[in-house]
Write a protein that binds this ligand. Structure first.
Ligand SMILES: O=C(O)CCC(=O)C(=O)O
Length: 312
C-alpha cells in the first residue's frame, strides 16, 4: 500500500521512470533555498576564486547549508521517496548545480553528446547516461545487462526552466528498462522523437529512477540555472559523497535524519553487540530496528504493512 503516491504516479514511475510534481515547493521554501544557493555561491566564488559568471557544482551539498539539509527528509517528499524505494535507505549524494548563462560567443555542443566548446570551457554538456552504469558498477553483476533498481533522486528546480535551452534536464522515458550497452552501441544517440526536455517552473520537483537515461542541455538563457538533486539508495550500499557525515551534524539530527545521513540512529556499534568475535554489519541485517526508524515510520503510515521476508 502506498503512503502518498497516486495510482497514476505509481504507473508513471514504473513505466516512464519519473514523476513530475509541479509547484512542489511552497513560495517560502523556494525563497529559503534560493537564498541558501546565493549564500553558498558567494562562499564558493570567494574560496575557489571564481567569477560570478563561472559555473560550479558541489556534492554533499546537504553539509553546505541547513536549507539543503532540510530537503533530505522533506515532510511531503519523504513519503513519495519511501513509496518509490522503501524505507531501508540513506542518502547517496546531494548536489547543487549553478550554471550561469553561456557567454554570448560560446558555442553550445549538441545536446547529450558530452562534448563541444561549452563542455571544454567547464559548462558541462552532460551526456546521455543512466547513473552508475559501468562494468565495475551496478551493471557488473547484472544477469541481463539491465541495471537493478537501486536508487532514486529528487530533482528540485530552483530557477526558471520553463523555456527550452535553460540548462533543462532531459529524460528518455522507459529507458531504465533497457541495457546501458544499447546507449553505448548507438554512440549516445537517442531517438529524439521520444526524448523529453523537462520545462519546469521554479518550485517543481521530479522523483526519478536514476537508471533512466538523462542528460542536461545548454544554458542559452539569460538566467542562472540553479537546481539540486538529492539521491537515495539502499543502506547496504556505500554512499558516494561521504564515508561518514560530520559526527556533530549526525548527533544534532532526528533519528530518521540520522538514518538518512548514513548513520545508525541509536549510535550503537555498526558491527553489532559483539564486534570482536561476531562482527555483523547493522547496515546489512539490523538487530535493532531503532537503527532504521524509517521502517516504523512507514508502517505507521501504510497500515502496518511491511512486505518483508526474513533474510535467507
Ligand atoms: O541536472 C544536473 O545537473 C545533472 C544531472 C545528472 O546527470 C545526474 O544527476 O546524474
Amino acid at each position: 500500500m502506498s503512503i502518498a503516491m497516486t495510482g497514476q504516479q505509481e504507473k508513471d514511475f514504473e513505466e516512464k521512470g519519473f514523476i513530475i510534481l509541479e509547484n512542489f515547493l511552497t513560495e517560502g521554501e523556494l525563497e529559503t533555498l534560493l537564498s541558501a544557493v546565493n549564500d553558498v555561491a558567494s562562499r564558493i566564488q570567494k574560496t575557489q576564486g571564481l567569477n560570478p559568471d563561472e559555473p560550479f557544482a558541489i556534492r554533499n551539498a546537504l553539509a553546505h547549508h541547513t536549507a539543503f539539509l532540510d530537503l533530505v527528509d522533506h515532510p511531503r517528499m519523504l513519503p513519495l521517496v519511501v513509496d518509490a524505494i522503501g524505507w531501508n535507505i540513506q542518502i547517496r549524494t546531494s548536489h547543487l548545480d549553478y550554471r550561469p548563462p553561456y557567454p554570448r560567443e560560446l558555442k553550445a555542443g549538441e545536446v547529450g553528446r558530452g562534448d563541444g566548446e561549452d563542455h571544454q570551457k567547464g559548462y558541462r554538456n552532460v551526456l546521455w547516461h543512466p547513473d552508475l552504469a559501468g562494468d565495475y558498477l551496478f551493471e557488473a553483476p547484472s544477469l541481463d545487462g539491465r541495471l537493478p533498481f537501486m536508487e532514486v533522486k529528487v530533482f528540485y528546480v530552483l530557477s526558471d526552466l520553463r523555456e527550452s535551452n535553460c540548462g533543462n534536464l532531459w529524460m528518455l522515458p522507459g529507458s531504465h528498462k533497457r541495457p546501458p550497452q544499447e546507449l553505448r552501441d548507438s554512440d549516445r544517440e537517442v531517438d529524439a522523437s521520444k526524448a523529453v526536455e523537462l520545462k519546469l517552473a521554479p518550485g517543481a520537483a521530479v522523483l526519478w529512477r536514476t537508471a533512466t537515461w538523462h542528460c542536461v542541455g545548454p544554458n542559452l538563457s539569460r538566467k542562472i540555472r540553479k537546481i539540486m538533486h538529492v539521491g537515495y539508495h539502499y543502506r547496504w550500499m556505500r554512499p558516494a559523497d561521504y564515508i561518514q557525515q560530520d559526527p556533530e551534524l549526525v548527533a544534532n539530527s532526528s533519528p530518521i535524519r540520522r538514518q538518512l545521513l548514513g548513520a545508525l540512529s541509536t549510535g550503537k556499534n555498526p558491527l553489532g553487540d559483539d564486534p570482536d568475535f561476531h562482527p555483523s554489519s547493522q547496515y546489512w541485517i539490523p538487530r535493532d530496528w531503532d537503527d532504521v526508524p524509517l521502517k516504523a515510520w512507514a508502517e505507521e503510515r501504510n497500515g502496518g504493512e511491511s512486505a518483508m521476508n526474513p533474510p535467507l
